[in-house]
Design a protein around this ligand. Structure first.
Ligand code: DX5
Ligand code: ZN
Length: 226
């Protein structure tokens, strides 16, 4: 049976002065995961948040914390993010030296292991690691900032991944991250994305977080009925 599409609000677009409240709001209004964007100022220019803030989320919500490490050489920080309460840890293939070893380490820590691809990175770069990945996160913007426009070039990559995962690891989830709103979601769903990360369309929705999540949920269900 196909999994219900999952919505993962990205806390990067929240009001940082009210983080706890904004996390609870996402949970109350039906978010499936909470996406936590960790940026180190090297792999991407900004510095966003780290283990200490992740630990405060763990105390504010029971949603799975979906940690997206946009950091160079994440190998040394896997354990501390697992301790901080991450349920999933996703690393960038462009940022690690030994991808398979890193994914196995994440699994050994009791977390789901994810690998992410920047827009210019081909699926071939992670092909050998597909049997080990629980999550493959396809970036549909250049990592670093919320609020950018969706890059449709991500969709052929999603289709290629689905085909390869069907053979190598059918339980792995395909996540898309960047520029997802009610308009862009249906095409991604159609390409077989299962999890939708959304920052500005949830936390920047003019009618609030509940309306932002609902708009995505509606778009995901309409897509399924087609
Ligand atoms: C970008 C981050 C995203 C970002 C998405 O580098 O990985 O998770 O928060 O924000 P939107 O949905 O606004 O593109
Ligand atoms: Zn992200």
């Amino acid at each position: 049976m196909a999994l219900r599409p999952l919505i993962a609000p990205s806390i990067l677009s929240a009001d940082f002065a009210r983080l706890g409240e904004q996390v609870s709001e996402a949970e109350q209004h039906g978010a499936d995961w909470l996406h936590v964007d960790v940026m180190d100022g090297h792999f991407v220019p900004p510095i966003s948040m780290g283990q200490m803030v992740t630990a405060t989320f763990r105390r504010s919500t029971s949603l799975p914390l979906d940690v997206h490490l946009m950091v160079q050489q994440p190998e040394g920080m896997l354990e501390s993010f697992a301790e901080a309460g991450a349920a999933h840890i996703t690393v960038h293939v462009e940022a690690v030296e030994q991808l398979n070893k890193t994914l196995q380490h994440i699994k050994d820590l009791g977390c789901r292991a994810g690998v992410s691809l920047k827009p210019a990175t081909p699926v071939a770069a992670i092909e050998d690691a597909l049997p080990l990945a629980d999550i493959v996160l396809v970036m549909s913007v250049e990592p670093g900032y919320g609020g950018q426009a969706f890059m449709p070039e991500a969709l052929p990559k999603v289709r290629e991944l689905r085909q390869k995962l069907d053979a190598a690891n059918p339980d792995a989830l395909i996540v898309i991250d960047g520029g997802i709103d009610a308009e862009t979601l249906p095409a991604a769903l159609e390409a077989s994305v299962q999890v939708f990360v959304a920052g500005s369309s949830v936390y920047g929705h003019p009618d609030g977080v509940a309306a932002g999540i609902q708009a995505l949920r509606d778009a995901s269900l309409q897509g399924q009925e087609r």
